[in-house]
Design a protein around this ligand. Sequence first.
Ligand code: FES
Length: 496
Amino acid sequence: MNIEVGVVIAATGMDVYDPTEYDEYGYTRFDNVITSMEFERLICAGGPTEGHFIRPSDRKIPQKIGFIQCVGSRSQDGRGNPYCSNICCMNTVKDTLLLCDHYPGVQASVFYMDMRAFGKGFEDLYMRSKEEGVKYVRGIPGDVVEDPETGNLILTVENTTTGKLEKHELEMLVLSQGVIPRQDGDTVRKLLTLSTTSDGFVMESHPKLKPVDAPTKGVFIAGCVESPKDVKDSVTQASAAAARASILLNAGKTKIEAITSQVDTELCNFCGICAKVCPYNAIGAPDRKAEKPPMIIQAACAGCGACAAECPQDAIQMRHFRDEQIMAQVEAIVKDDPEKHLLTFACNWCSYAGGDNAGTARLQYPTSSRLVRTMCSGRVDEKFVMHAFKLGAPMVLVSGCHFADCHYINAVHWTQKRMDRLWNKLDKLGIRVDRLQLEWISAAEGQKFAKVMRELEERVQAVTDEEIEFTKKVLAEEEEKAKKKKKPKAKAEVSV
Ligand code: FES
């Protein structure tokens, strides 16, 4: 079924972590060890026990209940996830209050590494839970064993407040499991070309300025698809996404940046690389048999330039960041005293802004650096770098956003691949590979920008005239060879 829509809001939610791999807690071995989701079902009036919290082994109401926090969250041992799941601390606080309310006199203990009660009214709730007599023990249990006679559970834990090893006998244990990205979310993510951060949640367009926009135009995100969050934050984000979506819908038309790609149909050899590298699926694959060149959807193109940099035929150009324009900047920089200058390709959003940050913070760094701005480091073509070396640049720096921060989904991955190729090429040609540097510098890292510039200045000074002359000669020869191989093709009119 096809449905025509103006915008899409992705609110596909999350899954919960399965604690089976934490075998020391005995989730699969002991009946009386349950997860926080199972606790919810047991204590819920509409649940299987009609709200009676009974232990599975003998259906008795337990009097001593323990909660272990951060199961599958904030883990550094290769199991679970390294991030904080955000909601588990307050969920446990709420659960202990429910228990105290349903069963006065019940003894609840919470084993934690940090209690995070940062939201509005959360600290009050935490204090109330303590006042109700809930014991908070700072320490994560290392081991749980079952007493086969009683079905009780014995926990061993190092209380990090007192520094003592403690044993706790409990009738029931609740594992406060973390939150994970939807395990079946790949189809939606691929369909909407949503990229994910290293933890698997969907990445927003900008964490501060566009927190509910996906990098793909017309797509918005809300709730746990973006990161673990509670009901209040999910509702807030959903309202924001709906408001952002209605702006687009009510406008009836959309404005796009003028920086988009164009295909030169005469130069295209229908290889389809551009369609593969486009992070936005904005390029329709070419048809070699029908000699149909790739078709660029201008409204979907975000202007990263990865396609232009990867096209082996130079058949794609970026408006305002055309090859000739960038080459002209490179030539202007190396025109006078090239050996004294550090040529830096800096992406607009992070590294260039990092340079600005260094400037406004009045940080000192050498004046020898010369910046060429590109929208994304993914736009830096191999030939720009080689051209700079051929003209006598002692060093070239390519700089972009940190991997998860690239403003064009995963265009920065192509930067890394291209750099690997370039280092290989330089090595084969006998050119010192460390004359080409790659740095990830964010907009807030003015300090890092200045530090990198200072360090590279020293390296620029260390490049000898002989090295520069050798590089020029080798690359000039290579260029000649390449020219002979390549059949000249007439430049034709550019079509969109
Ligand atoms: Fe900075 Fe892509 S936008 S590297």
